[in-house]
Ligand binder design. Sequence first.
Ligand code: ZN
Ligand code: ZN
Length: 95
Amino acid sequence: MDEIYECPQCNQKITVPSEIDRAAQLELAELVHMGRRIDAIAVIIAKYKLGLLDSKIMMAHITAQKDTCVRCGNKLLEDGVTNCASCSALNLNWQ
Ligand SMILES: [Zn+2]
Ligand SMILES: [Zn+2]
């Protein structure tokens, strides 16, 4: 089953396919970290069969820096799927 999260900050639903295991999380986080966002979207579409919009939404919530909120840049307190304590945005803190 895919996990579906809601981001209170942008009001979008983030779909995380169950096929995304720890290795896949690291692969995607590394691409985002390197600024290769187009490649990250391409991987999500090709491997996990999400549509373009869902892939873009997911990519936009993957932290580019470990423990750093994708929206406000404040420090995240938890690994994995977590909400920012400052702005409440959902983060995929996968690094
Ligand atoms: Zn959001
Ligand atoms: Zn934040």
